[in-house]
Ligand binder design. Structure first.
Ligand SMILES: Cc1cc2nc3c(=O)[nH]c(=O)nc-3n(C[C@H](O)[C@H](O)[C@H](O)COP(=O)(O)OP(=O)(O)OC[C@H]3O[C@@H](n4cnc5c(N)ncnc54)[C@H](O)[C@@H]3O)c2cc1C
Length: 396
């Protein structure tokens, strides 16, 4: 890093956002000898504590492992062969390993982030946390730069060969791409999620269709469960008591059926997550490249948000390495088009899982959903399609 003046830095890639996309990008670039600066509006503690996604596709696990981030994941992550799909009086196991030879892993986004931050710290990565006023400049030239106010209130400028917009759905990077197209769908339901200090009542995730609405039994570890209920958008988490939550989960997940029981426990976190699909194209303009939620949002039903961020970065890191090291822009120029193919596949799968499993209130939809669930759980072709999408296609 060359300090050109007290407040201007020159680096190779300026990365906006220290979520999984930004952190992983800085890690993969460093492995190729490419220097970056990571800019983050939140505090370091806030980023580390954020609770979000929890399922990793096989390709994400493989990439993290190859990048030297697999040690704790292999020790503490929980490999799942598949999922359970449930509708009234029936629970079916879809075994992805038997169907397609691939599996998924339960390893929280909080853990992925912690491993990445530890690795970047060990590598002396330069971070600026708690910044404000982030602005992108001259991204359509070969000397783009980012300005911001640092945690002490001093104005700063980072000049770079390229800027990576990894700043999530509310960051400024997407707005720095002129024109382009956006596709958006807001779903008429939300997820009420809880974390509970209790051992999961299931060995693998249960996705349940129920006349009262969708429910999901997921987990974070051997002693922490993560569960969700379909609720109306705008529901206040405080309006449900813990007993009401557990009663409704028991009903929708089929407590007592075929001897299965749901064990309640102390609720440590409650939140309501709106559900939407969003895609922005192109994901690139000049020397600005978007990755992760900055370019696309999926509803969480397909467990794709974090995995898509990782898949984008798997493409972007070699593209930026070639651009910086060899002045070869071929991969960089192809980045948006290549990434969007997987983005749309995952967008479709997430929409499909969401609309198959959530109550819309329309009796005709309901019969179609049940027919679809019976097909997916009784036909090898149907089950294989779900397995291939859920466990994820190999990275390009
Ligand atoms: C509440 C919630 C629950 C979720 N649950 C699931 C789930 O169960 N399953 C699933 O698959 N996915 C889930 N997701 C989606 C998943 O977490 C995201 O897809 C994933 O975090 C994407 O990573 P990212 O790095 O692209 O974006 P983010 O994780 O959003 O990181 C972007 C970073 O950019 C920073 N930033 C924003 N603006 C600026 C700025 N102006 N300057 C500098 N930095 C900035 C942000 O503070 C943030 O740290 C959830 C998302 C949310 C919001």
């Amino acid at each position: 890093m060359n300090a050109m003046s007290t407040d201007t830095l020159r680096t190779e890639v300026a990365i906006i956002g220290a979520g999984p996309a930004g952190l992983l990008l800085s890690h993969l670039l460093a492995a190729q000898g490419v220097e970056s600066v990571v800019l983050e509006t939140r505090t370091r503690d806030y980023v580390a504590a954020r609770i979000r996604a929890g399922i990793l596709e096989q390709s994400s696990v493989d990439l993290l492992t190859e990048a030297g981030l697999g040690e704790r994941l292999a020790r503490e992550g929980d490999q799942h062969r598949g999922i359970y799909l449930q509708f009234p009086h029936e629970r079916h196991h879809l075994d992805f390993v038997d169907l397609i030879g691939r599996s998924v892993w339960v390893y929280g986004q909080t853990e992925v982030t912690a491993d990445l931050v530890a690795a970047r710290d060990a590598d002396d990565q330069q971070f600026f946390y708690s910044i404000s006023d982030t602005a992108l400049h001259d991204v359509d030239t070969d000397r783009p730069y980012v300005t911001f106010t640092d945690a002490e209130g001093a104005p700063r400028r980072v000049e770079a060969v390229a800027v990576a917009g990894c700043d999530g759905s509310f960051g400024p990077s997407r707005g720095a791409i002129p024109g382009g197209s956006t596709w958006e769908k807001t779903y008429p339901y939300a997820w009420f999620g809880i974390l509970a200090d209790v051992a999961p009542s299931t060995d693998e995730l249960i996705y349940a269709w129920h006349p009262n609405g969708f429910a999901l039994h997921s987990m974070r570890s051997e002693s922490v469960s993560r569960l969700y209920l379909q609720v109306e958008p705008g529901t206040d988490p405080a309006s449900w008591s813990d007993d009401q939550i557990w009663d409704e989960l028991a009903t929708r997940l089929g407590h007592g059926q075929d001897g299965w029981t749901l064990t309640p426990g102390p609720v440590t976190d409650k939140s309501v997550l709106p559900m939407r699909s969003y895609v922005h194209a192109p994901m690139q303009h000049g020397r600005l490249f978007l990755a992760g939620d900055a370019a696309h949002i999926v509803p969480p039903t397909g467990a794709k948000g974090l995995n898509l961020a990782i898949a984008d970065v798997a493409l972007l890191a070699p593209a930026l390495t070639d651009l910086v090291r060899k002045k070869d822009a071929r991969l960089a120029d192809a980045y948006s088009q290549t990434a969007l193919r997987r983005v749309w596949r995952c967008t479709h799968f997430s929409w499909w899982m969401t609309t198959m499993l959530h109550r819309s209130g329309d009796p005709f939809d309901e019969q179609l959903q049940l027919s679809q669930l019976r097909w997916v759980t009784s036909s090898e072709a149907g089950a294989t399609g779900l397995a291939e999408n859920y466990a994820g296609m190999p990275f390009a």
